[in-house]
Design a protein around this ligand. Structure first.
Ligand code: DAH
Length: 341
């Protein structure tokens, strides 16, 4: 009986000092004290050695220590579980809501450019791209702008010092030449891309911007096809009520050439800052591909004809979203960009 009492006291002391930090330690506790080969079980075995008249007392004491141990086990389990649910061992509070995932947004230029492209894709145009560093031939000469032609001054060019024949392309019309040179007919393609001009940067102009060029070449293509294609485009872009008008213009690579205006959708043609109180906004230059350009790329102008156009994606984006400063489109100010989710 004496050794039983001593055993019970010893176990009690051991249990008092127990701390449990994780599931593994909790399980160790269970095995050590409550397991089938645990310390409590071996104490129970001591009953055999207790005198008959003391068995009742011994049983009570054993029951007590059993309850104490089980109670301690439950307590530790609770403590440990609440730790798991809340602050973890490393002190990190797992119950805090997660930091919001910062998702990016598409750039407004991409949104508008993709919309423009998808409209032309619906009527059979595919997409092609060309290099931003161009040679003189593709950017100028093949487009009917021979050296010293005054029309070269229409666009202030960045030349690349090391190789004077190379320029940063001033327009995506250079991709027309690259496509025509491949000689696969018919051609029905649009060419999106960045272009560069040596301009003073202001709210309305930048030294780089974006264009979407289009080219359609086949037998018997006429100015009526040009008008109808571009009319379809603006209706899809701005709605069925939009009106268009063509003004005669001059580009060396087209003949005849025109600029196209759409009725101002900001003020419903009543007159506003965007349309400079004319009721019209200019959105593109276009024309029938000049026979010299066809010849320069090895296409027979007697057999084939075609039309082309070029429009500014930045300008279109500014119109669509009412953006009044072109610089916003390249400053990467997150406060501006996140408005376009
Ligand atoms: N390349 C001209 C520009 O940057 C725009 C243009 C006008 C493109 C008429 C064309 C066109 O394809 O036919 O100002």
């Amino acid at each position: 009986m004496q050794s039983l009492k001593e055993g019970i006291d010893k176990i009690k002391k051991e249990i008092e000092g127990q701390a449990v930090k994780n599931a593994e330690q909790l399980e160790q506790f269970r095995i050590e004290f409550l397991g089938t080969k645990g310390k409590l079980k071996s104490l129970m075995g001591e009953m055999r050695n207790v005198a008959k008249e003391q068995k009742k007392e011994a049983g009570l004491l054993l029951n007590e220590i059993k309850q104490y141990t089980e109670g301690k086990f439950n307590e530790l389990q609770e403590q440990f579980q609440s730790k798991e649910e809340g602050v973890s061992e490393s002190g990190i509070d797992n119950t805090l809501p997660p930091l919001p995932n910062e998702t990016g947004a598409r750039h407004p230029l991409s949104i508008v450019q993709d919309k423009m492209i998808s409209i032309f894709e619906r009527i059979g145009f595919s997409v092609a791209e060309g290099p931003e560093i161009e040679d003189d031939w593709h950017n100028f000469s093949a487009l009917n702008l021979p050296e010293h032609h005054p029309a070269r001054d229409m666009q202030d060019t960045f030349y690349i010092n090391k190789t004077p024949d190379w320029v940063l392309r001033t327009h995506t019309s250079s991709v027309q030449i690259r496509t025509m040179e491949k000689g696969t007919m018919p051609i029905r393609q649009v060419f999106p891309g960045r272009v560069y001009r040596n301009e003073t940067i202001s709210a309305r102009a930048h030294c780089f911007f974006h264009q979407l060029e289009g080219l359609y070449i086949d037998e018997n293509v006429s100015f009526a096809d040009l008008k109808q294609t571009l009319y379809y485009f603006v209706q899809q872009m701005f709605g069925k009520d939009v009106k268009v008008r063509f003004r005669p213009s001059y580009f060396p690579f087209t003949e005849p050439s025109a600029e196209m205006d759409v009725s101002c959708f900001i003020c419903d043609s009543k007159g506003c800052n965007v349309c400079k109180h004319t009721g019209w906004v200019e959105i593109l230059g276009c024309g029938m591909v000049h026979p010299n350009v066809l010849k320069n790329t090895g296409i027979d102008p007697e057999k084939y004809s075609g039309f082309a156009w070029g429009m500014g994606v930045d300008r279109m984006t500014m119109l669509m979203y009412g953006i009044n400063d072109i610089r916003l489109l390249s400053e990467n100010d997150i406060r501006f960009l996140k408005q376009f989710k």
